[in-house]
Every structure is written in structure tokens, then in C-alpha cells.
Design a protein around this ligand. Structure first.
Ligand SMILES: C[S@@+](CC[C@H](N)C(=O)[O-])C[C@H]1O[C@@H](n2cnc3c(N)ncnc32)[C@H](O)[C@@H]1O
Length: 313
């Protein structure tokens, strides 16, 4: 049976996980339902060792497949829905994410380009006195590059596609407090709170893990906060159904459970789905547990990324 598992979120909402190819699966399983948000990270074609998917196809073939993914998503996305597509590329192939974006843009409008920053270094002087740093700060994880030609890739894209480029967003739902509080007073007449748009750089480090096989048994994941912020940005009150065609070990399913939004996810690997269902159940029964992050040993330490992205020469 393709329905691998279903977890109730209460009030008629649920997380449903299907073990099947998402391309025919999306239309087949959603029926007449429409996805308000599709948030996903497809295979990047970088030779990642997935257990049931070959991630090293000729570029043309991969892009043709990406076009089929686009068409399947178009079939199920609501008229005013958002399609958030996460993809990165190795430093030696910087066009890969943009080649994919161009392919998807043949059926959608690219409304926003977000940068998922996994690691960042902030100089004490640039941060300014108000930041209170006593030394330079380096945070997060990246995949080190073994080459004198390239710098480490510490960022991936999240392309935000919509049908016509006109979907209003809830920018303050992922907003940040003003640094200069005089802005709050200045915009008070417009009903401003102490919150401004975060902009298109989202710093979301991977939590530090100790045992990969136990803590993150999948070679290419994103943290649940990434899809969570995407759904919040789209507008939580307008998100009744979230869909991820390539759900892996379920970061987007965990995000949907956290937000109390119905979710449908697909993967071709039963073992990944087993872990995804387990994580969703844990989120439902112990919501705070899922958010607990292991504190890094030193704030100023940059450790090696565990995400398997492409290895540049
Ligand atoms: C980049 S990973 C997604 C990881 C996920 N975002 C997470 O955080 O766990 C891509 C996933 O797509 C799955 N996959 C590949 N081809 C598929 C297909 N045709 N239909 C459904 N899933 C597929 C792979 O098994 C892999 O788990």
C-alpha cells in the first residue's frame, strides 16, 4: 500500500506519508485537494548516496526530470499557493541551482530568492558596539572544500515560485526586531510593531549532532525550521495543506506538525519514511523535545557540515 503512515494532529488534521514516486503520486493522492504550500528539496544530482535513487544522471536528463517535477507540482498547487524549492550546488558547479530554477520558471514565476545561510562569521567591529561581542563570532556548519580554488559553500537557495508572482506574504511572521528602535516610533502611525522584514538571508544552522546514524540518518536534509519559516512566510492562516514530494526523513512533516497544518509527503524509501513518521510522532507528543538543540562546545567554532553536498575537485 502506498500510504505508509498517517499521524493525527487533531481537529481533523493529519500528516500522511506515501511510499511512492511523487511524480504520479502528487496528482493521484491529492485528488481534488490543492496544496497551499509545496516546500521541498529534490535530489540535486550530485552523486549523493541515496539508498533508492540514482543521483548522478546526465545533466540534460536531470533537468528534463526537474521539468516533470514542475508540471506535477503545477497540477496540485492552489491558485495563490507558494512553491518553495530548496537547492544548492557545489562551488565547482555554481550554475546547477540556477539551471534548475530556469527549468521550473517555465511553469511558474520566481517571486523571491531566499538564501539559506548555514554558517556565518561576523567580525566584532562590523557587528558594532551594540552587539556586545567580545570577539569575532563564527557560527554554524559547512562542508569544507579541499581545493585552493574555491571558498567553502555556506549557503543554499530557496527559490520561491508562485503562479503569477503576486502572492501576498506574511513577512513579519518571520520578521526580526528593529536594531534602531527609532524606526518603531517612525512607523507607529502605520501600526508598526517592533518588527521588520527579515530579508532574504536566513541563518539556520544545522543542530550539532553526535551520532549521524542515530541523529540524522539521511545524507541530505534541511532543518525543520527552514520549511517552518517558509510556511510562516506564506501565511499560516492561508496554509491549510502543506506538501513535500521529496520528504526524506521528514523535516517538512515535522514543521507542519509543529504548526498544526495538514501535510502530505512522498518518498521512495521506506526506511526514510519510517524515521519521518517517528519524528512527527515525537513532535506531536513532545513538541519541545524536537526543538532542543545540542549546545555547541564553543560559540566561535565552525565545525564540518554533515550535509553531503557535491564534492568539488
Ligand atoms: C534531498 S532529499 C530530501 C530530504 C528532506 N528534505 C529531509 O530533510 O529529510 C531527496 C529525497 O527524495 C527522495 N526521492 C528521489 N526520487 C523520488 C521520487 N521520484 N519520488 C519521491 N521521492 C523521491 C530520495 O529518496 C530522498 O530522500
Amino acid at each position: 500500500m502506498p500510504l505508509f503512515d498517517e499521524v493525527s494532529l487533531g481537529r481533523g488534521r493529519s500528516v500522511r506519508l506515501y511510499c511512492e514516486d511523487a511524480l504520479p503520486g502528487l496528482g493521484r493522492r491529492l485528488g481534488r485537494a490543492r496544496a497551499d504550500v509545496v516546500v521541498t528539496s529534490p535530489p540535486y544530482n550530485l552523486g549523493v548516496p541515496y539508498s533508492r535513487y540514482r543521483d548522478d544522471r546526465p545533466r540534460e536528463e536531470y533537468l528534463r526530470w526537474t521539468g516533470r517535477v514542475r508540471d506535477s507540482v503545477r497540477e496540485v498547487l492552489a491558485d495563490r499557493g507558494s512553491f518553495f524549492l530548496n537547492i544548492g550546488g557545489p562551488p565547482s558547479d555554481p550554475w546547477l541551482p540556477w539551471d534548475v530554477a530556469r527549468e521550473v520558471a517555465q511553469g511558474f514565476v520566481l517571486q523571491n530568492v531566499l538564501h539559506w545561510v548555514k554558517s556565518i562569521a561576523i567580525d566584532r567591529v562590523s557587528a558594532g558596539r551594540a552587539a556586545g561581542l567580545s570577539s569575532d563570532l563564527a557560527l554554524g556548519h559547512y562542508k569544507p572544500v579541499r581545493s585552493a580554488r574555491y571558498v567553502h559553500g555556506a549557503q543554499e537557495y530557496v527559490f520561491h515560485f508562485t503562479r503569477r508572482g503576486d502572492v501576498p506574504l506574511d513577512r513579519l511572521a518571520v520578521g526580526v526586531p528593529y536594531g534602531d528602535k527609532s524606526n518603531v516610533t517612525r512607523w507607529r502611525a502605520a501600526g508598526a510593531a517592533d518588527r521588520r522584514c527579515r530579508g532574504n538571508t536566513w541563518f539556520l544552522p544545522y543542530p550539532t549532532i553526535r551520532f549521524r546514524a542515530r541523529d540524522r540518518p539521511h545524507p541530505a536534509t534541511f532543518p525543520p525550521e527552514l520549511p517552518e519559516w517558509c510556511v510562516r512566510l506564506h501565511g499560516l492562516e492561508r496554509a491549510r495543506l502543506v506538501v513535500d514530494p521529496f520528504v526524506g526523513i521528514g523535516a517538512s512533516a515535522v514543521a507542519a506538525a509543529r504548526l498544526g497544518v495538514s501535510f502530505v509527503g512522498f518518498d521512495i524509501d521506506r526506511e526514510y519514511l519510517r524515521v519521518a513518521a517517528q519524528r512527527v510522532r515525537r513532535e506531536v507528543t513532545d513538541p519541545r523535545g524536537g526543538r532542543r538543540r545540542t549546545a555547541p562546545k564553543s560559540r566561535a567554532r565552525i565545525t564540518e557540515s554533515v550535509r553531503t553536498a557535491g564534492t568539488p575537485p
